[in-house]
Design a protein around this ligand. Structure first.
Ligand code: 3PG
Length: 306
């Protein structure tokens, strides 16, 4: 079988070598399309692929239509808002992700971003410490749980809100459970976002929640830009000169925000959350192993379009 690794943002060499090794040992062939700049390049590369590994690359209906032999697509990572699951299902293509594999990298970045913004984006002047502050974990999945743990190491108080995780499970980690999303935002100096981008969450973080944050509050986004209502973000940061926003996914209006809000706003130039050798290796090799197992035994663990 031919496995195409299509990554606009390439994996580290060790991850590519590992994927190739796993695939070739199982008798498969690996092709690579990296740093591509047009959709047409992806359409051409996927034409004869039996399996596809991607990162945040968009696997649209057009990509699926161009991939006549495709049987499986694996998003090497957690968020799968880049996959058109309906188009996959229509063609009987199995879609998977690799949950948890790059979580530690994202969690470490969330804490790093909190330190960065608390120290005036590393410019001269007096900053603040994380110790003794309260962090709210908005969604307690793989990344949220790790952020909670790291935050405890910094001496922070940790609270979480996740209607999909039983409260006892969150409390068992020594984390206070917020009874509502409003309680989370109104109680926490930092809120760290870990919600996926879905029709329900898109644009859901805006004025109503952010204006509840205590003085000096900071939103930390290592999730998705789509969950933010950007116009309302501008409004609340304009009205509340104490609030801050740091994000790993630059908003559409990043230039406007940088100009208006100075050191109260920072966006990484390109999403860095999973950009570590370790995360690339974990997610990339997991994707390769899942594909090999699928072709060998029909295993569908981690299938998203059931
Ligand atoms: C994920 O959902 O796994 C992260 O956002 C990482 O995305 P990336 O593979 O594009 O870095």
């Amino acid at each position: 079988m031919k496995i195409l690794v299509a990554t606009e943002k390439p994996f580290a060499k060790a991850a590519v070598d590992g994927i190739t090794d796993i695939a070739t040992k199982a008798g498969h062939e690996v092709a690579r399309l990296e740093k591509y700049t047009s959709k047409e390049e992806l359409y051409a590369a996927v034409a004869d692929a039996d399996a596809l590994i991607v990162r945040s690359d968009k696997v649209t209906k057009e990509v699926i239509d161009a991939a006549k032999n495709l049987k499986i697509v694996v998003r090497a990572g957690a968020g799968y808002d880049n996959l058109d699951l309906a188009a996959c299902s229509e063609r009987g293509i199995v879609a998977m992700n690799t949950p948890g594999q790059n979580s530690n990298a994202v969690a470490e970045l969330a804490l790093g971003m909190m330190v960065y913004i608390s120290r005036n984006c590393f410019t001269p002047g007096t900053g603040t410490e994380l110790k003794g502050k309260t962090i709210g974990i908005h969604a307690y999945g793989h990344v949220g749980k790790l952020v909670a743990n790291l935050a405890k190491g910094f001496g922070m108080n940790v609270m979480a809100f996740d209607p999909f995780v039983p409260a006892e499970k969150i409390a068992a980690d020594g984390v206070k459970v917020a009874s509502s999303i409003e309680e989370l935002y109104s109680s926490c100096n930092f809120v760290s976002l870990h919600i996926p981008a879905t029709p329900q969450t898109k644009g859901s973080i805006g004025y109503a929640l952010l204006s509840k944050m205590p003085k000096g509050g900071c939103l930390v986004n290592t999730a998705r830009k789509e969950v933010i209502n950007e116009a309302e973000m501008v409004k609340v940061l304009s009205e509340r000169e104490d609030l801050k926003y740091i994000t790993d996914i630059a908003p559409e209006n990043a230039a406007e925000m940088a100009e208006k809000f100075g050191k109260r706003f920072f966006a990484t130039p390109k999403k860095q959350g999973a950009e570590t050798a370790e995360a690339n290796i974990n997610a990339g090799l997991a994707a390769a192993n899942q594909i090999v197992k699928f072709f060998a035994t029909g295993d569908r663990t981690f299938q998203l379009n059931k």
